[in-house]
Design a protein around this ligand. Structure first.
Ligand SMILES: [Zn+2]
Length: 266
């Protein structure tokens, strides 16, 4: 990924996404107005931060992204595998629907999701002109929400996974993400011996590699163009929020994507 600083905000972008066709950014925690544990660009509205600060951060982000705040479509992320198709933005007065995958073909919609260790999947199909975001923590990985999202885009838009681009964004790495024996057992029950490729046993305990697991899930769903960020949230608290490392007292950073290239919104 490459890193850009602009107007006090700092974001990362995947090299494999064509900026003439799509606008996307994963914003670091730098440059917002939230304070303390939430410092500074917290986009999470349900973690105890001042709602006025969160709203101001959203407005800053959209200004930087080059799309109107009212283009926003987001969901209530619940660690499931429900996929939504956004034909229009979500009015601020309308409640969030629960879901962990969102797609749109409308260039006037900006998809946005919130993260702090869970895996962001950023999706672009340049052929069918579709963009998407997926939220995959260990629960979403176990139920293969990444594949559910790809399959949903194939059914809804006629996408060919072979032409789709997927980026695996900043999230907790396999060296940092310790899991309990109960979680380990769930993966072995679901995937059999394959789970051993993603779970490392050390004298300290079990460690789950969400990056490798999601790459395998996506490749199994037919994805060929795949880029890993290799950025670990828990090891880079100066730029990212980490729910695990900060023991739950933290904010959420945002991934945003739109079919309108940056600077092209009328
Ligand atoms: Zn790490």
């Amino acid at each position: 990924m490459y890193r850009t600083e602009s107007d006090g905000l700092v974001f990362y972008q995947f090299e494999s996404f064509d900026s003439n066709l799509v606008n996307h950014a994963i914003y670091t925690r730098l440059g917002g107005v939230s304070e303390g544990h939430f410092s500074a660009l917290n986009l999470g509205g349900t973690n105890g931060d001042n709602p006025e600060h969160v709203r101001e951060n959203h407005i800053k982000l959209f200004k930087n992204f080059g799309m109107p705040f009212k283009s926003r479509f987001d969901v209530w992320q619940v660690h499931g595998d429900t996929i939504h198709f956004a034909d229009s933005p979500r009015p601020e007065t309308q409640k969030h629907q629960p879901g962990d995958g969102i797609f749109t073909q409308n260039p006037d919609v900006t998809l946005i999701m919130r993260f702090a260790d869970c895996v962001p999947l950023i999706i672009h199909d340049p052929v069918k002109k579709v963009v998407g975001l997926v939220h995959a923590g260990w629960q979403g990985t176990l139920i293969e929400v990444g594949a559910a999202a790809i399959n949903a885009a194939v059914r809804k838009y006629g996408c060919d996974p072979a032409t789709m681009r997927v980026g695996i964004g900043p999230s907790i790495c396999g060296k940092c993400y310790q899991i309990g024996a109960d979680v380990k057992a769930k993966f072995f029950k679901k995937w059999g011996d394959k789970a051993a490729e993603f779970i490392n046993e050390t004298t300290q305990g079990y460690y789950l590699d969400l990056w490798a697991a999601n790459e395998w899930i996506l490749r199994s769903a037919g994805i060929q163009y795949l880029e890993q960020s290799h950025l670990c949230t828990a090891e880079n608290l100066h730029e990212w929020y980490s729910y695990r490392k900060e023991k739950g007292l933290t904010g959420r950073f945002a991934a945003a994507i739109s079919l309108t290239p940056k600077g092209k919104h009328g």
